[in-house]
Write a protein that binds this ligand. Structure first.
Ligand code: 5AD
Ligand code: SF4
Length: 439
């Protein structure tokens, strides 16, 4: 039996696309390879959001070249770098067989056949104006399933390449999404993570008002699904109705990823984010009023063109005010074709590095402190698996998405997977919690 290996870079949207490609290949009769070296089909799902992500892709492809010299392997590159580079990629790496963009995944079987039967290369990077997934190929992905509900983005933040590589917003049909979730529930999935670059605008392209909240209400009626999460929310589109949903819908977990990008109004305006720091802080207040347990995480870019010391201090000030549960911070990386890539007053690499370190050190302290505050509490944890480092520990997550290791030496660990159990938290660590099961 032929086997496949998928290497995934980038965001959860890419992870979801990779899971979907795996389900297509499994339904065609391929099996998952133990390692990249043993695979007959190697796919690389790429990310171009920052320079680093792109470099990693080229270095991976270079390593696969050596495998291709020894065996007859099909190498496909998909995702955002594929879409952006197209034929260029074949000039840089002529041993690639298939280059396909995010809108072309459904055609994967056709591409593989073409390469097998004719030996010709395939380049397919066109756009589609519909977003459909073939539900005939669903398989059990684990306790949590990633469910893309839309593709693309209309926001054009001045630094961001996503609208260029993933196109404009296209929402999936609501019934198809619900059908997929119901079927996953029947297979044993307990938690769904609804995905989109900006889920708050789900359905607008289909003429739906409050389409996202309405989708959440419908998902929460699906019996088998016990927890619902979503990502990502654009602060400008975070409506009161969505904030209220956190107190109304029991299954909606108290966690929101709300990228702020900068704490300076000057930089936010240059970034074309369409909200001010004051508006952001107001939304954070409202979220915490409606749901005091709310965990708030964010993304930040340091060293955006024009960011001076005062702007950076504004970001630090915002960090202190919000006290995020965790944060991803990045150095600004100019992306080809974006507005910010040609802006003046660029910040030096050195300054970017210093600012990144300052923020990361501050965030580490806050995250640790917040984890310590959990000590002594009893929290419901959805068990996702076993701790690979200890045969007496289960791993799961709290409602606010903290990884929790749970002592368990009473029976078969596998029987616990997929269950929500109550855990007394004994230790808050830097990136996780520890606890034991309460009967
Ligand atoms: N440079 C640095 N970070 C970026 N992001 C997006 N584009 C860039 C860029 N050009 C970050 C943003 C976004 C996250 C997914 O990646 O913070 O929220
Ligand atoms: Fe990029 Fe802005 Fe769209 Fe997010 S909202 S994907 S940062 S353009």
């Amino acid at each position: 039996m032929e086997s496949f290996y998928i290497e995934t870079y980038g965001c959860q949207m890419n992870e979801a696309d990779s899971e979907y490609m795996a389900s297509i290949l499994l339904s065609l009769g391929f099996e998952k390879a133990e390692s990249v070296k043993k695979a007959d089909i190697i796919l690389v799902n790429t990310c171009s959001i920052r320079d680093k992500a792109e470099k990693k892709v080229l270095s991976f492809v270079g390593r696969v070249k050596n495998i291709k010299y020894t065996r007859d392997v099909i190498l496909g590159v998909c995702g955002c770098v594929a879409k952006q580079e197209g034929e260029n990629l074949l000039n840089k790496a002529p041993y690639i067989d298939i280059v396909f963009g995010p809108h072309q995944i459904n055609r994967l079987p056709e591409f593989l056949n073409k390469v097998r039967n004719t030996g010709e290369k395939v380049i397919a990077i066109g756009d589609s104006n519909d977003y459909k997934r073939d539900l005939g190929t669903i398989y059990y992905p684990g306790v949590r399933a990633l469910i893309p509900i839309m593709q693309g983005c209309n926001n054009f933040c001045s630094y961001c390449i996503v609208p260029y590589v993933r196109g404009r917003e296209i929402s999936r049909n609501e019934n198809e999404i619900l059908d997929e979730i119901r079927r996953l529930g029947e297979l044993g999935v307990k938690e769904v993570m609804l995905l989109g670059q900006n889920v708050n605008s789900y359905g607008l392209d289909r003429g739906l008002k409050d389409g996202f909240v309405s989708l959440l209400e419908k998902v929460s009626k699906i019996e088998d699904i016990k927890r619902i999460r979503f990502t990502t929310s654009h602060p400008k589109d975070l409506t009161d109705k969505l904030i209220d949903a956190f107190s109304i819908l029991d299954k909606l977990c108290p966690h929101i990823h709300l990228p702020v990008q900068s704490g300076s109004n000057k930089i936010l305006s240059l970034m074309n984010r369409k909200y001010s720091r004051e508006e952001y802080l107001e939304k954070v207040d409202r979220l915490r009023k409606v749901c005091p347990e709310m965990s708030i995480t964010t993304d930040i870019i340091v060293g955006f063109p024009g960011e001076d010391e005062k702007d950076f201090q504004d970001t630090i000030d915002l960090y202190q005010k919000v006290r995020f549960d965790s944060a991803f911070s990045f150095k600004f990386s100019p992306r080809p074709g974006t507005k910010a890539s040609t802006m003046e007053n660029v910040v030096s690499e050195e300054v970017k590095q210093i600012r990144l370190e300052v923020l990361q050190t501050l965030q580490k302290e806050i995250t640790y402190e917040k984890n310590k505050q959990m000590e002594g509490r009893i929290l419901p944890v959805l068990i996702e698996g076993k701790n690979s480092k200890s045969h007496k520990e289960l791993v799961g997550r709290t409602p606010c998405f903290r990884v929790t290791n749970v002592m368990y030496d009473e029976g078969n660990l596998d029987d616990m997977i997929g269950k929500i159990v109550y855990v007394k938290i004994t230790k808050g660590l830097k990136n996780s919690l520890k606890g034991y099961l309460i009967k």
